[in-house]
Design a protein around this ligand. Structure first.
Ligand code: PEP
Length: 251
């Protein structure tokens, strides 16, 4: 049975002290909620403080990106080896903000995913259509293509460490949420694509999250859908009570 994964994406928010205070606030609210994995992906400089505060709890701290090279002249970047050396197990790759503002493509997302997997990390792979694609009726084709390109040369064995986050770009940070039916339909298309790539068993084992303005009000309905195995949460992951409601909805 695949696990439900509730992951926060803090983006460029929280200083180390703020991250520590936030984890201390959210920790008691999600204690004992063991029916899902709980992760906060943090900016590199806040990871250590968040890890320290999360010690001994059911909260894991991940990173928001990783570079694909092992080391070298890539100013400002961080390698998978550096992250694992810091005890970081989870990493987001392919977030739409990285694609939109930092020129990441399916090719570089694939390289980053493979580097993280080769280092033994767990990858939260984000993909999803932009508004024009949804309105043109090509969402299914777009997510199927992204799934194939972003997972190129990722083995069936490595898929154990892959979580896919279906994130319609028009829903991220906009307050617009996909309906539970839209989320279910598109997550099912991603799962069918995984069947074509890896077979039914791997596809059934892979967690597919929904992300895009998921919050304390809409989480229960979205998470009730059979192909929605969790959430990747931006804004609501910065407010402990809201995040805890979402974790509860996943129980
Ligand atoms: C995200 O950053 O992945 C996200 C889904 O953000 P928000 O929940 O704010 O839409």
């Amino acid at each position: 049975m695949r696990r439900t994964v509730i992951a926060g994406n803090w983006k460029m928010n929280f200083t180390p002290d703020e991250a520590r205070a936030f984890i201390n606030e959210v920790k008691p609210l999600v204690a004992g909620k063991d029916n899902c994995d709980i992760i906060f992906c943090a900016p590199y400089v806040t990871i250590a403080a968040a890890q320290d505060a999360a010690k001994g709890s059911n909260i894991k701290i991940g990173a928001e990106n990783v570079h694909f090279a092992e080391k070298g002249a890539y100013t400002g970047e961080v390698s998978a080896k550096m992250l694992t050396a810091c005890g970081v197990e989870y990493v987001i790759v392919g977030h739409s903000e990285r694609r939109q503002y930092f020129g990441e493509t399916d090719e570089t997302v694939n390289l980053r995913a493979k580097a993280a997997l080769a280092a033994g990390m767990k990858v939260i792979l984000c993909l999803g259509e932009v508004k024009e694609q949804r309105l043109s009726g090509v969402t299914n084709e777009v997510v199927a293509m992204q799934t194939k390109l972003d997972l190129k040369d990722v083995t069936a064995e490595q898929m154990k460490n892959v979580i896919i986050a279906y994130e319609p770009v028009w829903a991220i940070g906009t307050g617009l949420t996909a309906t539970p039916e839209q989320a279910e339909e598109t997550c099912a298309v991603i799962r069918e694509t995984l069947v074509s790539l890896y077979g039914k068993e791997v596809a059934e084992e892979t967690a597919i999250q929904y992300g895009g303005s998921m919050n304390e009000k809409n989480a229960a309905e979205l998470l009730a859908k059979p192909n929605v195995d969790g959430g990747l949460i931006g804004g609501a992951s910065l407010v402990a009570e809201k995040f805890a409601v979402i974790v509860n909805a996943a129980q």
